[in-house]
Design a protein around this ligand. Structure first.
Ligand code: DGL
Length: 275
């Protein structure tokens, strides 16, 4: 057993969808969430830049003595996971492999759709992970960048969201995908409109749920889980002033965000702001 916290990071607020699932799956665990709000988005940046940012955040979290690192950001998982696994002394869980595994299990037609940021889709990380598990599955991937601002704005169930989803997803729907991977932290918030456009025959794979399950399995296997009777605490660090993170984060978590600390990665100076 280990009392250390689970570290989890994202480019900003979106990774709270992964934290939410983690808190449901292993409620006894403490977590330390890091949102790089000063440098978001990662989805439009080059792999080298995202790898460098991920390395800086991971070093910060390792100094806080975490027992496992969750890379909640799909873009960072797509490009920085091998480097993080090589260099860190703790298990590192990304969101790509769990999502790919679930998609391969779910598909019957053998045609899987993947949606994500431009960076994630360009990396082909989901396609590679799916093909590694089952080479006969066809993957059709599509970037859906506008879903990110829509989710942050809370426009998740209106006509703009529906129109955007139709424009992005029509091609995947027509191609006969029966399983669609929501390969971006923000997309689970748009599940309702995405499901409407894709139709009831299409299974939506939420990488966040699968990732939480993978974390629980690893902690159990390594005997690092806290006793079930415990109630975990959640701490948040961000790199920009916390106001925006608190506002959007409360929407993502349903109003349960605690204290948020602003931190500078250069000097690790910490300032606090209560919500
Ligand atoms: N967190 C990012 C991801 O899951 C989406 C937002 C961004 O582009 O940074 O890919």
């Amino acid at each position: 057993m280990s009392w250390q916290a689970i570290g989890i990071f994202d480019s900003g607020v979106g990774g709270l969808t992964v934290l939410r699932e983690l808190a449901r799956t292993v409620p006894q665990e403490d977590t330390i969430y890091f949102g790089d709000t000063a440098r978001v988005p990662y989805g439009t940046k080059s792999p080298d830049t995202v790898v460098r940012y991920s390395q800086e955040i991971a070093s910060f979290l390792i100094k806080l003595d975490i027992k496992l690192l969750v890379v909640a950001c799909n873009t960072a998982s797509a490009v920085a996971l091998p480097m993080l696994r090589r260099s860190l002394p703790v298990p590192v869980v990304g969101v790509i492999e769990p999502g790919a595994k679930k998609a391969v299990e779910a598909t019957r037609s053998g045609i899987v759709g993947v949606i994500g940021t431009s960076g994630t889709i360009r990396s082909s990380a989901y396609s590679r992970a799916i093909k590694k598990l089952n080479p006969s599955v066809s993957v059709i991937a599509r970037p859906c960048p506008l879903f990110v601002p829509l989710a942050e704005e809370g426009w998740i169930d209106n006509e703009i969201a529906r129109m955007t989803a139709r424009l992005y997803l029509e091609e995947l729907q027509k191609a006969g995908v029966d399983t669609l991977v929501l390969g971006c932290t923000h997309y689970p918030l748009l599940k309702k409109v995405i499901a409407e456009v894709m139709g009831s025959g299409v299974t939506l794979v939420d990488s966040a749920e699968e990732t939480a399950r993978t974390v629980a399995d690893i902690l159990k296997q390594k005997k690092l889980l806290r006793p079930e009777a415990e109630q975990g605490n959640h701490h948040y660090y961000v790199t920009d002033v916390p106001a925006g993170f608190i506002r959007v984060g409360n929407r993502f978590l349903g109003g349960k965000l605690g204290d948020v600390y602003q931190v500078s990665l250069e000097d690790c100076r910490i300032e606090t702001e209560k919500d």
